[in-house]
Design a protein around this ligand. Sequence first.
Ligand code: ACO
Length: 327
Amino acid sequence: MKTFGVTIHSTGRYLPENSVYNETLTQWMDTSDEWINKRTGIKKRHLSTGQDTSDLCIEASKKALDKSDVDSSQIGLIIVATMTPDSQSPSVASKVQAALKANNAVAFDLSAACSGFIYGLSVAEKMLRHMTFPYALVIGGEVMSKTLDWNDRKTAVLFGDGAGAVLLKREADAEAFIAEDLHTDGEKGDALVSGEQDVNNPLCVSQEKNGYLTMDGRAIFNFVTKTIPKSINLVLENSHTELQDVDYLLLHQANARIIEIVSKKLGSPLSKFPMNIQDYGNTSAASLPILLDELIEDNTIRLGSGQKIVLSAFGGGLTWGTLLIKI
Ligand code: ACO
């Protein structure tokens, strides 16, 4: 009997046209380019002027499909990882399915904040092995700007909007997904809250949730600089892989300082940790697929080359996780 595995077939990304530099933010709130750049590494971010999450996801998916020989009717699964859906129903994934005319695809959203893309890849890999159609789209897409309080400098300067898409293919005897380590710690969930809604029915006393994103940045910083090196080491150990045999480690682009600390703790050179946070800020679930697409475009990562890549992310939930894949 043939065993089936899953490989990455093509990728795409889409960023809203409008780039907003740190200097512009200083006109909107009490902050400085120096503070933002020194504390996070961010120089600019793209902000939507009206496009919603599904619009960004559709564009990113079209780009991934355009780079492939795949017809949308061959896609059996669409997962959109997002914490900023257009609406609670229909899902963003349903809108992507309709726009692509991917009529054979099961489509749903997955909510795991900045770890959503890692969770989405993990789920898609397992589902696709058993599905009729041979392709799956995993998309990370966010319009973070709609959930931010633009009077709160502690959060507003950190995030950006964007989407990245990965087209997965089921193949006989493929072994691209080598190992994974996924976690959730719900007890720490209050460290990042976004999109809360009042229960609003005739029995309710009035409540005052505003839905804005709030974050205990320092707590998350301390947490992830401990847990992410552990998670990466565990994946390497479990797969009997030496760190020096990993070509690149792609970390969620939340803060350049976090990436520098992880690089030091692992004892692996920073040159193995590509970054684009300077251009996009933290795009939550979109950050890893955007970075992956850029690295494939500039030939740093070459599909089909056998390069070993670690993908690792962390965020609201709290959630975190690491995948080791052979490209
Ligand atoms: N401009 C100027 N000053 C600022 C700004 C700003 N934008 N924001 C905060 N400050 C001030 C604070 O008021 C504080 O001043 P004080 O000392 O007088 O009180 C000072 O700067 C230091 O603030 P801290 O919050 O301690 O700064 P820190 O060095 O921790 O950096 C940051 C904050 C960037 C948020 C960092 O903690 C971080 O990156 N945390 C991790 C975030 C993360 O990874 N989140 C998970 C992913 S997100 C998701 O899942 C959607």
